[in-house]
Design a protein around this ligand. Sequence first.
Ligand code: NAI
Ligand code: MG
Length: 358
Amino acid sequence: MKTYRVAVLSGDGIGPELVRATIPILRLASHLYGFELIFEEALVGGTAIEATGKALPLETLEICKRSQAIFFGAVGGKQWDSLPPEKQPERAALLPLRKTFSLFANLRPVSCYPELLDASPLKPQIASGVDLIIVRELTGGIYFGQPKGKIYTEQGEKAIDTLVYETSEIERVSAVAFEIALRRRKKLTLVDKANVLESSVLWRKTVKEIAKNYPDVQLNFMYVDNAALQLVLKPAQFDVILCENLFGDILSDEAAGIAGSLGLLASASIGSTKFGLYEPAGGSAPDIAGKNIANPIAQILSGALMFEYSFQEEEAAQAIRTAVGDVLKEGYRTADIAQDPSYICTTEQFADKVAQKL
Ligand code: NAI
Ligand code: MG
């Protein structure tokens, strides 16, 4: 039987309760679709700092290295906010993981279940039919560019950030985006600022070259300011949106707003191999942690993404998505998106219902 090893890094806050609720669903789906999952748990984030002094202990990294995917909850919390930035849970855990495994592409699918159109802040007729995926370059651009720093001049302080991209960095993430477009509606929009940024000019040139390998994919270009506008005016026009790191960071949060709750959105960080890190778009939500009320949908859909991208188990992934939709159809909701009090579920209850549907 096909067997996949998964490193389970639940982390802090709502992470552990979401992961705990989701694992049985993934297991069930694997049985139904004829493959086996071996889960290995490991410490990460604040929880790991408490136990070992490090947000990403060596043992955790070893477990990740012998796995085919990382199933991640969330990290962070007030207790660790006073640590120096480089020791804080998010930075000291997620950045090294991305670096170690060359996870240079972040995928954020956004779609609206028809049953949840009322959760969207957009009018139902605008949110209806939204089914897009943002492919964000994750390891380059202005967050990492050198030189970087502060300079004291006679006029006062000056701060420098540098936006750098190399052709090879653009090529590899573009290839990921085109491959995804091929399996979807075959439309790719490169979002940039090629009217003012030299790096964006290089993006356009490089992406046009890559596009020659994908004649079936329709490529178009959009400036980032217009893309921000179009995402709220006419989000259904998009299929795959490709962007550099900073633009992708901003647009993916904006796109999250279309769905209506952070608890609905999954994400994947992948590279050139099948290895990937899968996590909800939201954080550790300390305000609701430990209450069994967090929405598990993002975590469950992250599992579906893992099936799809790391294991090529598309049918199992689709079955999970359908099961979530079926539970929503019956009216059940967690508190963040509930309208009718008689249909409110806890995290566990919602996840159990998804398993039953499956
Ligand atoms: P957050 O995403 O944790 O929470 C923002 C709001 O969304 C809160 O009101 C929260 O209750 C709600 N929310 C998030 N996920 C939800 C879910 N599944 N169901 C229902 N409601 C949900 O972001 P915030 O408050 O800015 O950060 C809290 C902590 O999480 C910080 O320590 C931050 O550093 C960390 N964080 C970690 C991330 C990660 O592990 N990848 C990503 C973002 C933040
Ligand atoms: Mg962000």
